[in-house]
Design a protein around this ligand. Structure first.
Ligand code: TXA
Ligand code: MG
Length: 310
């Protein structure tokens, strides 16, 4: 995707007026607004229909800006050096004098922060005098958006501008790790946890399903195409879209490939697009072939499991 300063200028104009816009990242598209403005942040919750108890991720241009708002520690420094900018989100302690809007965290004491590697988004962030709160650009509980047309499908004319950054490189959300205490993974994502453990030189804990609904973390139904979804399907039902992970001879008309060669990164990249396509073609439900629960396959299965809660 070519970098275009006039688009960045437009994006800046909207953001400076406290308007929400769509932004590209290497994981999924975000719905962005000035994280220091209460007015702007409240618009994100409204547009996404997101419970205000569910805090937002804030995107920074660089570590010096982050240090104004958050307390960093040794684990953070190690991971930051190795993986940022990239598909990892850190939960850190908020500083008492931070300028982050109270609505971002629902008055909580920690903040989710990320440094994106997307060239165009990075350029935009570097030209702003504030960080951007940007959760995934989808209506709450629905499929994430991986290209501008998906963002448009979610919000229609309710959002004024989408900064085009092409199709997202990974197509799946960042891995979230809480570093306010012992390192704890809150959401599986693009970055494999084994790589995180290697850099920290210790085991991490997992807290993927918090008991309290809409508490920081994840609600159970999420990433849903809006129609029933079934995992580990061997043979699809009538009117069911069938998602495959490797090429095979089939005599159904209703199949879609996540990958033809069992490549899990490719499947992750195609996941939301294929789910969206199956839904839009009018199928009544979706069946997905068994996906290996290794590497990024674990993150894919995590999303499918939540999507199947409908
Ligand atoms: O790849 C990504 O992370 C994308 C791109 C746009 O950056 N963003 C994204 O944001 O997936 P969102 O809002 O859809 O998911 C963020 C998750 C939510 O489940 C939220 O509950 C959790 O992060 N979260 C945010 N702040 C938190 C906090 N202070 N403590 C614990 N969890 C938090
Ligand atoms: Mg989301």
């Amino acid at each position: 995707m070519k970098f275009n300063q006039s688009n960045i200028k437009k994006a800046k104009k909207y953001l400076n007026k406290n308007t929400c816009i769509g932004v590209p990242t290497e994981t999924v598209y975000g719905l962005a607004a000035n994280a220091y403005s209460d007015l702007a942040v409240k618009k994100i919750f409204k547009l996404k229909k997101r419970p205000k108890t569910n805090p937002l991720i804030v995107h920074y241009a660089n570590i010096n800006d982050l240090k104004k708002d958050c307390v960093i520690n040794e684990d953070f420094t190690k991971l930051y050096k190795k993986f940022s900018p990239g598909p990892i989100t850190y939960i850190l302690k908020l500083k008492k004098d931070s300028k982050i809007s109270k609505s971002v965290t629902n008055k909580g004491k920690s903040l989710a922060v990320r440094f994106s590697k997307h060239k165009i988004f990075k350029k935009l962030l570097s030209q702003l005098s504030y960080p951007l709160a940007a959760p995934s650009a989808n209506i709450s509980t629905r499929l994430s958006a991986v290209q501008t047309s998906d963002v448009r499908e979610e919000f229609g004319s309710k959002i004024k501008y989408i900064l085009d950054g092409g199709k997202c490189k990974f197509g799946l959300e960042s891995t979230i790790i809480s570093l306010t205490n012992n390192p704890t993974i809150l959401r599986l994502g693009v970055l494999e946890t084994s790589k995180i453990e290697k850099v920290l030189n210790k085991k991490v804990s997992f807290k993927l399903n918090p008991k309290k609904k809409n508490a920081p973390g994840q609600s159970n139904l999420h990433y849903s195409p809006g129609i029933p979804l079934e995992m580990n399907v061997k043979k699809p039902k009538k009117n069911q879209a069938f998602l495959l992970i490797k090429k095979r001879k089939i005599n159904f008309y209703n199949y879609f490939y996540l990958s033809k060669i069992n490549n899990l990164s490719e499947a992750a990249k195609n996941l939301y697009t294929v789910l969206r396509k199956a839904k839009n073609k009018g199928f009544k439900s979706i069946g997905v072939e068994k996906i290996n629960d290794t590497g990024v396959g674990r993150s894919i299965n995590d999303r499918l499991k939540r999507a199947s809660k409908l």
